[in-house]
Design a protein around this ligand. Structure first.
Ligand SMILES: NC(=O)c1ccc[n+]([C@@H]2O[C@H](COP(=O)([O-])OP(=O)(O)OC[C@H]3O[C@@H](n4cnc5c(N)ncnc54)[C@H](OP(=O)(O)O)[C@@H]3O)[C@@H](O)[C@H]2O)c1
Length: 384
C-alpha cells in the first residue's frame, strides 16, 4: 500500500492533488508536511485549502484522513520523525513561488529540495520521488516548441524564480544520483475546469487584464501554454503512482493538442462578455514601457501601490507571453493522460465566479514582491 509524503498541501496544486486523491478513497495513506505550530493547526490549514474545492464540512472530513507532520521541507534532512521512515512515494510540490525572491529562492528551492531528498534517501521503501519543477526551467531561448528533456544549465532566465527551479533539478541529479527521481514540469496553471476561479485565481487576473487592455506583447495568433489545476492534479497523480514510467522527466502542459491561442481566447471572452463584436487586440513591443503604462492607467488606474505592483506583474508576465512557447507533452500523453482542456473551453466557468480583476491580482501579490536585494542581472524587460 502506498504511503505518500506531500509537501505544499496548503498551496494551489497541493490542494488540487489532495482533493482529487482523497476523494478516490483507495486506501493510500497521505502524510502532509506542513508549516504549523502543531498538527491541529496544520490540519486546519489543509482543510482551509480543501474548502476551496468543496464545502467546509467535506473539507474538514477529508482533512481528517491525512496525517500531519509539522515541518519545513528545507530542514527535512534533520527531521527524524519515524512517521517519515515508511514513506513509499514523495510528491514534492512545495516551493517559494515568488518571482523576485532573490537568493532566498535558491535557499528554498534548490538547497531545500536537496534537504528533503536527503531525508527521502533514508526512507527504506521509497519507490518514487516526484519533484515538481516548472516548464520554464528550460530558459527563455528554448522555444517555440520545447521538448521534454534536460535544460541547458547555462540557459538565460527572465526571473530568478525559474532559475532557482532549474538549479534544484540540476542539484538533485548531481548530488543524489541513486534517488528514484522523476521530474514533472507544469506549464501555467490557471483556474479549474469545473470550479472555475474558486480554487484559485492565480494568473487568471493576467489573462483577464490582457483582454481588458486589448494589448498583447505578441501576435494574436501566438500561444500560451495553460492548464487547469484539476487536470494538472490528475496528471501528477498518474506520474506519482503509475508503477512503471517510460521516462524520468515530463511536461505537465497543454502541448500542441490543447495550447491556448490568444485569438481563440479573444473570441471566448467575446462570447462570455460581449462587447462591440470586434474586440480588437493590438500588439505592442514590450520594450515600449510607456505604451503599457499609459494603457494600464487608462483601464485600471495607477492610484494605489496594489495597482502599481499589478502593472509590474503584468510586465513581468508579458515577458513570458512574448516568448510564445509551447511545451510538448508527448511523453505525458503516452503514459495514458488525456489531453488538457484548453482555457478557451473553460473560460466561461472561470469568469462565472470571478470577482474584480484587481482583487484577483491581490491573491497573487506575494509572487511579485521584490526581495530587498533583487539581482542586478534582471533583464530590463521585467523591471518596471
Ligand atoms: N501554479 C503554477 O502555475 C505552476 C507552474 C509551474 C510550476 N509550478 C510548481 O508547482 C509547485 C506548486 O505550485 P503552487 O502554485 O501550488 O504553489 P503555491 O500555491 O505558491 O504553494 C506553495 C506551497 O509550498 C509551501 N512551502 C513553501 N515553502 C515551504 C517550506 N519551507 N516548508 C514547507 N512548505 C513550504 C507553501 O506552504 P505555506 O502555505 O506554509 O506557505 C505552499 O503550500 C511549485 O513547485 C511550483 O514551482 C506551479
Amino acid at each position: 500500500m502506498a504511503r505518500i509524503l506531500l509537501t505544499g498541501a496548503t498551496g494551489l496544486l497541493g490542494g488540487a492533488v489532495l482533493h482529487e486523491a482523497l476523494q478516490r478513497d483507495d486506501g493510500t495513506a497521505w502524510v502532509c508536511l506542513v508549516r504549523c505550530a502543531n498538527a491541529d493547526q496544520g490540519r486546519q490549514r489543509v482543510a482551509g485549502r480543501l474548502a476551496r474545492f468543496t464545502d467546509p464540512f467535506t473539507a474538514q472530513r477529508l482533512a481528517r484522513k491525512v496525517e500531519i507532520v509539522p515541518g519545513d521541507f528545507t530542514q527535512a534532512d534533520r527531521d527524524n520523525d519515524p512517521r517519515l521512515d515508511d514513506v513509499t512515494h514523495v510528491l514534492h510540490l512545495a516551493a517559494d513561488t515568488s518571482y523576485f525572491g532573490g537568493e532566498r529562492l535558491f535557499r528554498t528551492n534548490r538547497d531545500g529540495s536537496l534537504a528533503l531528498a536527503r531525508r527521502a534517501a533514508r526512507m527504506r521503501h521509497l519507490r518514487r520521488f516526484l519533484h515538481i519543477g516548472t516548464a520554464m526551467s528550460c530558459g527563455a531561448d528554448a522555444g517555440p516548441v520545447v521538448s521534454e528533456g534536460r535544460s541547458d544549465p547555462a540557459a538565460r532566465h527572465l526571473v530568478p524564480y525559474t532559475a532557482s527551479k532549474a538549479a534544484a533539478e540540476e542539484a538533485l541529479l548531481a548530488e543524489l544520483p541513486d534517488l528514484p527521481l522523476v521530474v514533472a514540469r507544469p506549464s501555467i496553471v490557471v483556474g479549474h475546469s469545473t470550479l472555475g476561479a474558486g480554487p484559485s485565481s492565480s494568473i487568471l487576473w493576467l489573462v483577464r487584464a490582457a483582454d481588458r487592455l486589448r494589448l498583447l506583447p505578441c501576435a494574436p495568433e501566438s500561444h500560451c501554454d495553460i492548464v487547469p489545476a484539476d487536470w494538472a492534479a490528475g496528471a501528477l497523480l498518474t506520474l506519482l503512482l503509475k508503477p512503471h514510467l517510460a521516462h524520468d522527466l515530463y511536461h505537465v502542459s497543454a502541448g500542441r493538442p490543447s495550447v491556448t491561442r490568444w485569438s481563440e481566447l479573444n473570441r471566448a471572452f467575446e462570447a462570455c462578455e460581449p462587447s462591440d463584436g470586434v474586440r480588437a487586440l493590438a500588439s505592442f513591443d514590450l520594450s515600449d514601457r510607456a505604451a503599457l503604462r499609459d494603457r494600464f492607467r487608462e483601464v485600471f488606474g495607477l492610484d494605489s501601490p496594489l495597482k502599481q505592483t499589478m502593472l509590474r506583474a503584468t510586465r513581468a508576465y508579458y515577458a513570458f507571453c512574448a516568448l510564445d512557447m509551447t511545451f510538448a507533452n508527448d511523453r505525458l500523453l503516452a503514459e495514458g493522460v488525456a489531453p488538457a482542456p484548453s482555457l478557451s473551453a473553460y473560460l466561461a466557468t472561470c469568469l462565472a465566479n470571478s470577482g474584480p480583476i484587481v482583487d484577483q491580482f491581490a491573491d497573487d501579490l506575494e509572487m511579485f514582491v521584490r526581495a530587498p536585494q533583487a539581482p542586478a542581472a534582471l533583464p530590463q524587460a521585467v523591471v518596471a
